[in-house]
Design a protein around this ligand. Structure first.
Ligand code: ZN
Ligand code: ZN
Length: 384
């Protein structure tokens, strides 16, 4: 099925759509599922699609997930299937996820008479949204009910591993991801008369430096946390001190108590520093996705299949990641696992990381991903 999977991936790659705008992609998915004779519901939580493959005999229900959204990135990879939309790009491999799940759907639908139970297919919008991802609204719309889902699996491509590899990890695997905005208000004026102003840029600079101590001095060195300021907006001219400065950033953690600690201390630190420097600060802290915690039973179900499909040597341990994924909302409710498909071209030294304009995946890896998805579902249902 390599030709079919690659063709689908390229079609989706050429027409990237951002969070909650995945209308063409959803139409392609729903059309294909219906063509295969799979019971399909579309327009779930906006642009989500759910398919239900009913086995020939009664049994449990297993869910497989793909995500459909792209990122606001201008693609720099030259290829015949380059993004046709300037400023939008499938830089996280969700084009591949959707193509692989469509192929797995075909494999499973063709074997449905031999299946005891059901396979639910989740094609979600807006995984990249960060705070209002597509998974939770799909769950709220009844994704995990009727028939009730007993276990769930999802695959994500990973440029850190070579094509041909499957990476697995039990327990905490991806972080909780929050975002914050600090609005620093000072008093603007002439750049040559700073004593008559309250310079918000100097205050913001001190805050950024002080924030580095949240992780290095306040979180235990054996725990994981990241505080990154990714955006600093202030001023419009070289010789004018502006009225305000805005910092935006992200916090990544695993433990709830560390998440609470950083949220509280980030506010205390920035507001205290603003006061000390005659400015004021407002802090908005928005909690995003919870961490991905893989269930041991789910990881073992994938491992059995991966060892058979990829080989023992190519089934590797995934390291803890500080990225986030809203499949975590599913894994909070049903057992299962997210696993990783290596997509770095074999022998390639250069990393082409996800979320970069040069991200590219080795399409020869896609059939393995399809096989592991489909066989994990079959194996789980066969075990009863
Ligand atoms: Zn991503
Ligand atoms: Zn992703």
């Amino acid at each position: 099925m390599a030709t079919e999977i690659t063709a689908d991936r390229r079609t989706i790659h050429e027409q990237p759509e951002l969070a909650y705008e995945e209308t063409q992609t959803a139409a392609l998915v729903a059309g294909r599922l219906r063509q295969l004779g799979i019971e399909t519901a579309s327009g779930i939580a906006g642009t989500g699609v759910v398919g239900l493959i009913k086995g020939g005999r009664p049994g449990k229900t297993v869910l497989l997930r793909a995500d459909m959204d792209a990122l606001p990135i201008l693609e720099q990879v030259e290829s015949g299937h380059r993004s046709r939309v300037d400023g939008k790009m499938h830089a996280c491999g969700h084009d591949g996820h959707t193509a692989m799940l469509l192929a797995a759907a075909r494999l499973l639908q063709e074997r449905r008479d031999d299946i005891a139970g059901n396979v639910k297919l989740m094609f979600q919008p807006a995984e990249e949204h960060g705070t209002r991802g597509g998974a939770l609204p799909m769950i709220e719309a009844g994704l995990l009910d009727a028939p009730r889902v007993d276990a769930a699996f999802a695959l994500h491509v990973d440029a850190a591993h070579e094509a041909g590899q499957i990476a697995l990890r039990s327990g905490p695997t991806m972080a909780a991801a929050d975002r914050f905005t600090v609005m620093v208000r000072g008093r603007g004026g002439h750049a040559a008369r700073p004593h008559q102003t309250v310079d918000p840029i100097v205050v913001a600079a001190q805050m950024i430096t002080a924030m580095q101590t949240l992780v290095s001095r306040e979180v235990s060195p054996v725990q994981q946390a990241v505080v990154t300021v990714g955006s600093l907006d202030a001023g419009t001219a070289f010789n004018v001190i502006p009225d305000s400065a805005r910092l935006r950033g992200t916090v990544r953690t695993y433990q709830p108590e560390i998440r609470d600690l950083i949220e509280r201390r980030l506010k205390e630190l920035t507001m205290g520093m603003a006061a000390a420097m005659r400015a004021s600060a407002e802090v908005e802290y928005v909690r995003g996705y919870p961490p991905i915690v893989n269930h041991e039973s789910g990881v073992e179900a994938v491992r059995r299949v991966a060892v058979e499909a990829a080989g023992e040597a190519q089934t590797v341990e995934q390291e803890m990641l500080m990225g986030a994924e809203d499949f975590s909302y599913v894994l909070q409710r049903v057992p299962g696992a997210m696993f990783y498909l290596g997509v770095r071209p074999m022998g390639a030294a250069e990393m082409r990381p996800t979320h970069s304009p040069i991200f590219d995946l080795d399409e020869s890896a896609l059939p393995l991903g399809t096989a592991v998805l489909a066989a994990t579902a079959l194996g789980y249902l066969a075990a009863g």
